[in-house]
Design a binder for this molecule. Structure first.
Ligand code: AMP
Ligand code: MG
Length: 401
């Protein structure tokens, strides 16, 4: 046990975890199923965007040189009625074409004037000002065919999925979802919906952790919770390590006699570290069980959430070379006194007020690590550096919940 790193800081813990990689696979998935997934290869555009010069305005197309002395009267020789319609109209001196937003520019035209600045009488349009050259969207001005618009590792947000469609892709190569087993341990745990006996509580960690795994674009398996026995834990770990890429346990990693996840990892697993300088969330461990990486997360619900966000998520992103999803962070001014801890990075849960000039952080809620409402009812975590003293009015980094 003595050579296993103990009570390391968060960065050391991340560095230790990052020495363990994961074999990722690639699959091709229809675009509709790509939201929240990780792009597996660089993606060159299959087309120019836009594919042809087109009008950015609903109005008229004409030759700029005909419009330099407004008001100007031009003969309207036709209409390009719908975006996408190509009538191959050619326009000469003194002529204009009625054009819709997104419709291809007629040959010979090099300016647009929006409808609001024109009036029509019979076949003659009067332009109140010069035509606008910058109301033409040029072929390939957004993207050139062959340009790599998205790189391997991109976390596919809605706008990026839309961009893939613009580039002509109906399906994408994405990183296959990691199969993540989530095992809650504790004799006192009952499934929500069952009747509680004295001393029992509802099991909540696996539900929250499962949502966090999905948020990262992977596939959780929430197992039935298991009791505090070495045998149950051993059997379950043996089983899931055959079928999963990653194991998350919760509970049983503290110093106590009943903390069997820690015990079994010390005695039978390959333990890479135990305990980190993070509050809440100091007890976790990381190691390998039968070839499968395993995080032993603390049982306290706030702690298991924080450890996932601060340690497990960075490792999963790194192991899958993913650039997201990223945590939303900012800075806020303290409105209430907050207590850091001497040697640990400390996350306090706060409400954030925006006064129009800056963000203000209020610590309103009981900060116990068993109080899941402290996250659910807060806007952000304050990130307090170990040993540093903070006063009202100080500006502190926040990570939004
Ligand atoms: P442990 O880490 O096993 O010592 O658990 C610490 C605290 O978290 C205890 O109060 C447990 O009852 C509670 N706890 C452990 N696992 C869970 C869970 N899956 N859901 C909710 N609370 C839990
Ligand atoms: Mg326990």
């Amino acid at each position: 046990m003595s050579e296993i790193p103990y009570f390391v800081n968060l960065q050391q813990a991340i560095d230790i975890c990052n020495k363990t990689g994961i074999q990722t696979m690639v699959e091709r998935v229809g675009l509709d199923e790509c939201h929240g997934r990780i792009l597996a290869t660089d993606l060159p555009s299959l087309v120019n965007d836009p594919p042809f010069d087109n009008s950015a305005m609903d109005g008229f197309a004409m030759r700029y040189e005909d419009t330099t002395n407004p008001p100007t009267n031009l003969n309207v020789i036709g209409t390009i009625q719908a975006a996408g319609q190509e009538d191959n109209i050619s326009l000469k001196a003194g002529e204009a074409v009625r054009i819709m937003t997104g419709a291809p520019m007629p040959n010979g035209a090099d300016a647009i004037l929006q409808i609001e600045l024109t009036s029509m009488e019979g076949n003659v349009v009067t332009l109140q000002q010069e035509g606008m050259k910058n109301f033409i969207r040029r072929t390939g001005e957004n993207l050139k065919q062959g340009d790599v618009a998205l790189q391997a590792g991109t976390h596919l947000t809605p706008s990026k999925v839309g961009l893939c469609a613009t580039m002509g892709y109906s399906s994408l190569p994405v990183v296959k979802k990691l199969k993540v087993a989530i095992i809650s341990t504790g004799d006192e745990l009952k499934q929500p919906g069952d009747e509680l006996n004295r001393g029992e509580i509802y099991e909540s960690n696996s539900f929250g952790l499962s949502g966090l795994v999905r948020w990262l674009g992977h596939e959780p398996t929430r197992l039935q919770c298991i009791g505090d026995t070495l045998e149950d834990i051993r059997n379950t770990l043996n089983e899931v390590s055959k079928t999963h890429d990653l194991i998350l346990t919760s509970g049983g990693v503290s110093m106590g006699e009943w903390d069997f996840v820690r015990k079994i990892m010390e005695e039978e697993g390959d333990l890479h570290f135990w305990r980190i300088k993070l509050r809440p969330g100091s007890p976790p461990l990381f190691g390998i069980w039968n070839g499968t990486p395993i995080f032993g997360l603390p049982g306290n619900p706030v702690s298991s959430h924080v450890v996932f966000r601060m340690l497990v998520a960075p490792w999963i992103r790194n192991a899958t070379s993913a650039d997201g999803p990223i945590e939303a962070k900012s800075f806020a001014k303290l409105a209430t006194k907050v207590k850091p801890t001497k040697d640990s990075l400390t996350l306090r849960r706060v409400s954030i007020e925006n006064n129009g000039l800056e963000l203000i952080a209020h610590q309103k809620i009981h900060q116990g690590s068993g109080n899941l409402a402290s996250i659910a009812h807060s806007d952000a975590f304050l990130i307090l550096q170990p040993g540093k003293q903070y006063s009202i009015g100080d500006t502190v980094e926040v990570m939004f919940v």
